[in-house]
Design a protein around this ligand. Structure first.
Ligand code: ASP
Length: 438
């Protein structure tokens, strides 16, 4: 059995609904389906979830939301018409609209996009509709109650071997609805796959997989065929938008292969994400590196003190100061008599001067220097581990292009190398590295 999740662009209108049905019926194992709300049909269009957020604001400020609601209802009516579904939708729409005029919470309201889409998809496929409120349980702090969630879905699956589940929401212990952060249907699908020990979790979207680099920086980047969960974590932490970040945990823990596939090109192989790959020795089809990504707007604060290594509490004391200001220190490259803190510039705004004053008074360094305008670029690849010469190639290639490297860092598992460069060199750095490794 496979769990399949379709994102908003795959379910934006009647025509894409038909495409989705073809994909599901092409493989009988695709028996548990998770849906998002209708997304954008074209660039400049508005997602139903966004319309619902606006409905909520209108209600809150006691402004009529009739026009906005008609836009929402119209999206579902078009799907019903194009797919030849029954007019049950009118009853669901009336119920939802009516609940919105009572004191529905923001989470109640925005969750209805997925709810209505799941109702329609269930009818269209002839599968059972199973409401997320029956099985996806949150704790009061908004974290998922994994055990309760898995148990409930297993019981439901025994009664509904073919089901459509709305993504994005679940219930708190008091029964109130609660939603994930945006894009959370990815997580719903991962939880369903883990609960049911699915053979795989297929995440269907509008691209043919994860790209090796940002298409806004590199022209037509190649698709990554295979990537490990750790590599994906590195890439997304450093800026590549892939899946909702909570998606990985359930499938990784249950060791379920995760595919990213394209609803508009179902025959494309997509990207396969797994814990590890054991069959790649000598495989030339996989690139030496998996992907390149990066983030701009970093500051480097360099703290120097002669004989720093003799003062064993020095680094701790500095970090205590950054902790006081609640700062995330992303990297700490060091030399004998100095070390640097790499911190997002935005996080420092409003506290930089106080921070430096505190470091000076509490840690007594020789100097503290701040340098802004740094971009971090990460080269990620499991095949770099144990392979001599990769960092040499990175430095050599960038050196030939006249790009000065301000900082270097490599994790000891050797799956990533991060270089800090001037922001003016950020794009050229990514392009140069992409070209030299592909
Ligand atoms: N519809 C929600 C959103 O737009 C959740 C999702 O699509 O995953 O964020």
């Amino acid at each position: 059995m496979k769990v399949v999740k379709f994102g908003g662009s795959s379910l934006a209108c009647g025509e894409t609904f038909q495409r989705v049905k073809n994909i599901i019926t092409a493989d009988p194992a695709r028996s548990v389906v998770v849906v998002s709300a209708p997304g954008k049909r074209f660039s400049g269009d508005t997602k139903v979830t966004d319309l619902l957020y606006v409905c909520h604001s209108h209600i809150r400020y006691k402004v009529s939301f009739d026009d906005m609601w008609e836009d929402v209802a119209g999206r579902y009516r078009e799907i019903v018409k194009t797919c030849g579904l029954s007019d049950n939708i009118e009853q669901y729409l009336d119920e939802v609209r009516e609940s919105m005029t009572r004191s529905a919470s923001i989470d109640d309201i925005v969750s209805r996009g997925e709810y209505l889409n799941a109702r329609l998809m269930a009818e269209y496929l002839g599968y059972d509709f199973v409401d997320a409120k029956e099985w996806l349980h949150f704790n009061y702090d908004g974290t998922v109650d994994y055990e309760g969630t898995y148990q409930s879905l297993r019981e439901l699956y025994a009664k509904h071997p073919h089901m459509v589940l709305p993504g994005f929401y679940g219930t708190l212990p008091d029964g109130k609805l609660h939603v994930f952060s945006r894009g959370g249907s990815d997580v719903t699908g991962a939880l369903a796959a883990a609960a049911l020990s699915a053979e795989s979790y297929e995440n269907w979207t509008d691209v043919s997989g994860i790209m090796m680099a940002d298409p806004k920086i590199v022209d037509n980047p190649k698709i990554i065929n295979r990537i490990t969960f750790s590599e994906m974590r590195e890439l997304s932490y450093m800026g590549a938008e892939v899946l909702h970040q909570e998606t990985v945990f359930p499938v990784r823990q249950a060791n379920i292969p995760l595919y990213i596939k394209n609803t508009n090109a179902p025959e494309d192989p997509g990207t396969l994400i797994m814990e590890s790959f054991t069959d790649e020795d000598g495989d030339e089809s996989t690139h030496f590196i998996t992907g390149i990504t990066g983030k701009k707007h970093y500051s480097i604060i360099t703290i120097s003190k002669t004989s720093m290594t003799d003062d064993i509490s020095f680094v701790r004391r500095v970090l205590e100061v950054t902790e006081k200001y609640n700062l995330t220190v992303e990297h700490i490259p060091s030399s004998v008599d100095s070390f640097s803190l790499v911190i997002a510039t935005k996080a420092l705004s409003g506290c930089l001067h106080a921070l430096i004053a505190d470091i000076q008074s509490q840690c007594n360094p020789d100097t503290v220097k701040v340098c802004d305008g740094i971009g971090l670029v990460a080269v990620v690849g499991r095949r770099m581990a144990g392979a001599p010469g990769v960092s040499g190639k990175i430095f050599g290639t960038l050196g030939e292009r006249g790009i000065n490297i301000r900082m270097v860092e490599q994790g000891s598992d050797e799956i990533n190398i991060i270089v800090g460069v001037e922001e003016a060199d950020f794009i050229t750095t990514i392009q140069t590295l992409y070209n030299s490794f592909t």
